[in-house]
Ligand binder design. Structure first.
Ligand code: GLA
Length: 406
């Protein structure tokens, strides 16, 4: 049975009729550009083949029914789509759209409910729906399982209620759902990647110019197969506690540094101005945070230029450098991701780095096709030697962004 058949059948079994349509939104890995989004900077994500799918039928009585094929029991320790480690909520929720208000819906249901709230809050005339979810984006792996859920719902509502919103506008609404309704202070990276990526390409994002007509944000061809390369994702399957609070503190630190430097955001400090800027900040954390953001923006531009020039192998060292910057300056890596990256590079990866918000989750490793198994095995062996549970390795290719499937 295909993924499409499965979600249609699931909808019919649960709600007793066929859905009006099916929409899909992918997870993502970020090739480079971490924590730069809320600093108005640059990122280079790809969408991955793993995606959230939603089968949906519009309801005009204001009732929003949500059901997930992933029950809390069969998604490990977490609910489908939740970023945090709570196990609150069940696989089914029934809500009234007019009663939705921020922070009132816990667990995975908060993401889809938040999108409906964000649409209403922005003045769109939307009502209820019956929604059935099925997702193969690993939860808690730093691969944006929650953004995938949000974007699938945003795209479904856009069609069911004929809103005519663009993928970029839907991404911004999904981010607002997460920021305000769920209460996670994330940037735009995940939702924009899920909504706007294209098959066979990475998406260069300039947060100050995310609408394609503004020119800067654009698709950058990334044909790994023709180059004989594989992008491995190695999910450490660990998510350290307090990740949400640590994320918020990094964000506050960056804002504080920008204020002390008298710029709207750290993006406004160029690589050539970094030393002078650091000298104006107090020694310690604010300097380190600033150094990561400014050098990371620079790495995104350099990686993009190499891809434009067709030098895919050339980006390897910049990926590994990016990991060191997250480990030493931004202090968001952990023993598991550090070991995975170091082992992958020792085993012959061209470059490797943690991807996503940090404190666990997944690493990516760029490898020659013939080295892929060796690199994955080496990381597995290194984890076994520590007595850690086996990481999960799989190859990804740049996939399409969110779309209607049926
Ligand atoms: C998480 C957030 C994103 C971004 C990344 C780090 O995935 O949701 O907005 O800040 O971390 O790059």
């Amino acid at each position: 049975m295909t993924n499409l058949d499965a979600v249609i059948k699931g909808f019919a079994a649960h709600y007793g009729s066929d859905p009006q349509g099916v929409w899909q939104a992918p997870g993502r890995v970020n090739v480079i550009g971490e924590h730069t989004d809320y600093n108005d900077g640059f990122m280079l994500p790809i969408a991955i083949p793993q995606a959230a799918r939603v089968a949906a039928t519009r309801r005009d009585d204001g009732v929003l029914r949500l059901h997930s094929a992933q029950s809390p029991q069969n998604t490990g320790t977490q609910n489908t789509g939740t970023q945090n480690t709570g196990t609150q909520g069940t696989e089914t929720a029934e809500l009234r759209v007019t009663e939705l208000s921020p922070r009132t819906v816990g667990g995975w249901a908060g993401y889809p409910a938040g999108v409906v709230w964000a649409l209403l809050d922005a003045g769109h005339q939307v009502g209820g729906a019956d929604l059935f979810f099925d997702s193969d984006v690993p939860v808690g792996g730093g691969l944006s399982s929650s953004a995938a859920l949000e974007c699938a719902v945003a795209f479904a509502y856009n069609d069911l209620y004929r809103l005519g919103l663009t993928p970029t506008e839907l991404a911004l609404l999904a981010q607002r759902a997460e920021n305000v309704f769920v209460g996670v202070p994330c940037g735009i990276l995940d939702q924009l990647a899920s909504s706007c990526c294209a098959e066979g390409a990475a998406l260069f994002v300039d947060v100050r110019a995310i609408d394609p007509p503004q020119g800067r944000t654009r698709q950058v061809p990334l044909d790994l197969a023709t180059a004989g390369l594989v992008l491995l994702v190695i999910d450490t399957e660990v998510k350290h506690a307090h990740a949400d609070g640590a994320y918020a503190r990094r964000r506050e630190g960056c804002e504080q540094a920008a204020a002390l430097l008298g710029v709207p955001a750290l993006r406004d400090i160029g690589r050539e101005d970094l030393d002078a800027a650091l000298a104006r900040l107090p020694e310690g954390e604010l300097r380190a945070l600033t150094r990561h953001i400014v050098t990371e923006d620079d790495r995104v531009e350099r990686v993009t230029a190499l891809l434009d020039a067709g030098d895919l192998r050339g980006i390897g060292p910049l990926l590994t450098e990016g990991h060191a910057s997250m480990r030493d300056d931004f202090v968001i890596s952990c023993a598991e991701t550090d070991l995975a990256v170091a082992t992958a590079v020792e085993a012959g990866a061209l470059g490797a780095r943690m991807t996503g918000g940090g404190f666990g989750g997944s690493i990516i490793a760029l490898v020659e096709r013939e080295d892929a198994d060796r690199v994955a095995d080496a990381v597995a062996a290194a984890f076994a030697a520590q007595g850690w549970k086996p990481p999960r390795a799989f190859a990804v290719t740049p996939a399409a962004g969110a779309a209607r499937l049926a």
